[in-house]
Write a protein that binds this ligand. Structure first.
Ligand code: F6R
Length: 619
C-alpha cells in the first residue's frame, strides 16, 4: 500500500525520490507525487495518477531541483485516485507539504474544527486534514515544526507514517509514525556529513546506506543538514535512536535476469528455504534450535491452545501449520482470519499462545488481532519476513522467515517460508513436550532438511509448465482439490491463479465436492487434483473418478513413479516423494508456476496485479 520516500542532505533529492518510488512500486498504488524545496526556497509539488513513470513524464520539464524532498505512492482510501487526492498535500499557506500512509479515523471531526477556524480543503483526503492541523497548531502555538507535529498528533486518532517539509525551513525534515512503518536511513555524503533518507521500508534506502533506524510507534523524528537526528515520543520523552545494519542487498531488489519478480521468487525457493532453516535445523545432530521457542518454552509446554491469526496466503500456510503442530506437538490449534477475529469477542485464555503469521508484518487486521489477544493476556508469537516490522515488534517472541525480500505481490517464497517455519515451530514444541518418539523426530528432521533439494527437483522437472499453461489461458473457471495437508494447497493454488490472472478459481477439500460444487463440473471445467501418495490416496482417486464421470478435465499432481492415476487423469504433474506432512511444500510449487504462466499468457501485470497491494496496512 502507500509508500513514502524522503531525503535531506547535499545531493539532489529528485533522483533519489523517484528511484525510491520505483522501489516501493511493489507495494501497490494508483497515484504518485513528489515535493522538493529548491535553492531559491520555492516549494514545488508534482503529482500524477497511474504509474511513477507518469509522474516522471510530468516532471520532465519542471523544476525538480533541491536537496530536500518527500515523495509518495498512494493507494486510494479516502477519495478516488486523482491528482487532487494524491500526496504530497499542502497546508493552507502552502508553507507545509506532507505525505502520509495510514488512516486518520477522526479526520471528519478535525476537519469541522479546522473549517471553523477558516481552513478550506481541496481534496477528499484525511491527509489534507493532517497537514492543515499541523499548520494550525504551529501558528497557534508559534512553535517550530517539530513541536507542532508533536502537539498536533496528540489530537489524532488512527494510523500514520508522515513526512513533512517546511518551505521557510528548508534545512529540516520531520517525520512520525504510529501503526504504519517508517525507516530512517543514516548515510554519509561526499563531504563526510550525515544525510538522511526515509522509506516505508528499507528498499529505497539500501542503495545509499545500510545504517537504519526503525522509527517506533508514536515517535517523531527531526533531521537536519547539520546531521542532527532527534527523536521524541508523543509524551515528549527523548529517545536514543537505535541503529541497525541492513542485511538486505541490492541484488535482492533486482529481477536478476528473470522477466518478473514472481518467477525469480519461485525459483529462489530452494535457496531461500535453505537460509530459513540454516542454524535452526541440524541434520547431523537431528536437532531443532528455535530460540523464539527455547526462550519461552514454558509458555509452549503449558499452552492450553494455539490460535494462529493471518490473512490470505498466510492464512493458508497457517492451516498447514495447524495440521502439523496438532500432529507432532499434540496441542489444539485454531486458525483464524485476523479480520474476523478482531471484531468478534473471542474467548482467549492467559495460557493461550497467539501466533501472527504475516509476510509483511504490517497487515492491519493481523496487527489488530494480536493487539486484542494481548489485551486478553495471551502470549504473542510472530512469524514475519520483514525485519523490524510492526507485528515483529508487537509480539513477545517470534521467528523471522529470512527468505529475502518478496517483491512480487503474489506471495510465493514467503508462503513456503511460512510453512517450513511453522514445521520448525511444531518440531521445536514437540521436542520440548516430548510428544514424538526419537525415531519419528529424527525422521521428520531428516526429511525436512531434504525439502529445498526436492523443491529444486520439482522446479527442474516441471519446466514445461509454461507450454502446458497455454492450454488453459482461455478457461474462465478452475477448481483445485486436495485432502488433508493438501487441502490448504488447493486453496493456495486457487488464490494464486485468481489474484494474478483474474480467472475465477475455487479451492475445495476433494470430498466436499459431492456436497455442492460437483454441480459446476462439465467439460469446460479444468480440475487440478493434488493426488500424492499418502493416507488419503485411494480416496482422492475416487474423487477424481467422480469428476471424470461428469466430464471434468482432470490434471493430477502425483508422486513420481505413480502408475495408477494416469488411467483417470487427462494430465499429470510429477512431484518427488516426501512425507505427507511436508507435501504442501512441494505440491504448491507447480501451482505457483501454473498461475504465473497463465497470467503471462493472458498478458497480465504479474508482479503488480490490479487492485492488490503487497502490504495491506488498512483494514
Ligand atoms: C496473496 C498474498 C496475500 C497476503 C495477505 C496477507 O499472494 O500475498 O493474500 O498473504 O495480504 O499479507 P501478509 O502475509 O503480509 O500479512
Amino acid at each position: 500500500m502507500c509508500g513514502i520516500v524522503g531525503y535531506i542532505g547535499e545531493q539532489e533529492a529528485y533522483p533519489i525520490l523517484i528511484k525510491g518510488l520505483h522501489r516501493l512500486e511493489y507495494r501497490g498504488y494508483d497515484s504518485a507525487g513528489v515535493s522538493m524545496i529548491n535553492a531559491k526556497g520555492d516549494l514545488n509539488v508534482y503529482k500524477a495518477t497511474g504509474k511513477v513513470k507518469a509522474l516522471e513524464d510530468k516532471c520532465a520539464n519542471e523544476d525538480v531541483t533541491g536537496s530536500i524532498g518527500i515523495a509518495h505512492t498512494r493507494w486510494a482510501t479516502h477519495g478516488e485516485p486523482n491528482t487532487v487526492n494524491a500526496h504530497p498535500h499542502l497546508s493552507q499557506s502552502k508553507n507545509l507539504s506532507l505525505v502520509h500512509n495510514g488512516i486518520i479515523e477522526n479526520y471528519k471531526t478535525l476537519r469541522v474544527m479546522l473549517e471553523k477556524e477558516g481552513y478550506t480543503f481541496c481534496s477528499d483526503t484525511d491527509t489534507e486534514v493532517l497537514v492543515q492541523l499541523i499548520e494550525y497548531t504551529q501558528k497557534k502555538g508559534r512553535c517550530d515544526l517539530f513541536t507542532a507535529v508533536q502537539r498536533a498528533l496528540k489530537n489524532v486518532i488512527g494510523a500514520y507514517a508522515i513526512a513533512i517539509l517546511q518551505k521557510d525551513h528548508p534545512d529540516q525534515l520531520v517525520c512520525a509514525r504510529k501503526g504504519s512503518p517508517l525507516v530512517i536511513g543514516v548515510g554519509t555524503d561526499a563531504r563526510g556529513q550525515k544525510e538522511f533518507y526515509l522509506g516505508s521500508d528499507a528498499t529505497p534506502i539500501v542503495e545509499y546506506t545500510k545504517q537504519v533506524v526503525y522509527l517506533k510507534d508514536e515517535e517523531i523524528a527531526y533531521m537536519d543538514r547539520t546531521g542532527k537526528l532527534d527523536i521524541v515520543n508523543l509524551q515528549k520523552v527523548h529517545q536514543t535512536p537505535e541503529m541497525h545494519t541492513l542485511s538486505l542487498s541490492l541484488d535482492e531488489l533486482e529481477k536478476g535476469g528473470f522477466p518478473h519478480f514472481m518467477l525469480k521468487e519461485i525459483w529462489e525457493q530452494p535457496n531461500a528455504l535453505r537460509t530459513c532453516i540454516k542454524g535452526r535445523l541440524h541434520s547431523k545432530s537431528h536437532d531443532i534450535i528455535l530460540s523464539g521457542i527455547t526462550d519461552h518454552k514454558e509458555k509452549f509446554i503449558n499452552a492450553r491452545r494455539i490460535i494462529i491469526c493471518a490473512c490470505g496466503t498466510s492464512w493458508h500456510s497457517a492451516l498447514i501449520g495447524k495440521y502439523f503442530i496438532e500432529e507432532v506437538a499434540q496441542i489444539p490449534v485454531e486458525v483464524e482470519y485476523a479480520s474476523e477475529f478482531r471484531y468478534r469477542n473471542p474467548v482467549i485464555y492467559p495460557d493461550d499462545v497467539v501466533i501472527a503469521v504475516s509476510q509483511s508484518g504490517e497487515t492491519a487486521d493481523t496487527l489488530a488481532a494480536i493487539q486484542l489477544a494481548e489485551q486478553k493476556g495471551a502470549f504473542l508469537y510472530g512469524i514475519c519476513n520483514v525485519i523490524g516490522s510492526s507485528i515483529a515488534r508487537a509480539t513477545n517472541s517470534g521467528t523471522y522467515l529470512h527468505v529475502g525480500p518478496e517483491i512480487g505481490v503474489a506471495s510465493t517464497k514467503a508462503f513456503t517460508g511460512q510453512v517450513i517455519t511453522l514445521c520448525l515451530l511444531g518440531l521445536a514444541i514437540a521436542k520440548e513436550k516430548h510428544t514424538l518418539s526419537d525415531d519419528m523426530f529424527h525422521m521428520l528432521v531428516d526429511e525436512l532438511y531434504q525439502i529445498p533439494d526436492k523443491i529444486q527437483w520439482t522446479l527442474e522437472n516441471n519446466k514445461n509448465i509454461d507450454q502446458f499453461a497455454q492450454m488453459f489461458t482461455y478457461c474462465r473457471n478452475f477448481i483445485f482439490l486436495g485432502r488433508g495437508y493438501n487441502y490448504p494447497v488447493a486453496l493456495e493454488g486457487a488464490l494464486k491463479l485468481k489474484e494474478i490472472s483474474y480467472i475465477h478459481a475455487e479451492g475445495y477439500p476433494a470430498a466436499e465436492m459431492k456436497h455442492g460444487p460437483i454441480a459446476l463440473i462439465d467439460s469446460e471445467m479444468p480440475v487440478f487434483v493434488i493426488a500424492t501418495r499418502d493416507r488419503l490416496y485411494e480416496k482422492v482417486i475416487s474423487n477424481i473418478q467422480e469428476v471424470r464421470a461428469r466430464g471434468g478435465r482432470v490434471t493430477a499432481l502425483v508422486t513420481e513413479g505413480d502408475t495408477q492415476i494416469q488411467k483417470f487423469a487427462d494430465h499429470i504433474i510429477t512431484l518427488p516423494d516426501t512425507m505427507e506432512c511436508f507435501q504442501p511444500l512441494i505440491a504448491s510449487i507447480p501451482l505457483q508456476l501454473l498461475a504465473y504462466h497463465i497470467a503471462v499468457c493472458k498478458g497480465k501485470d504479474v508482479d503488480r496485479p490490479r487492485n492488490l497491494a503487497k502490504s495491506v496496512t488498512v483494514e
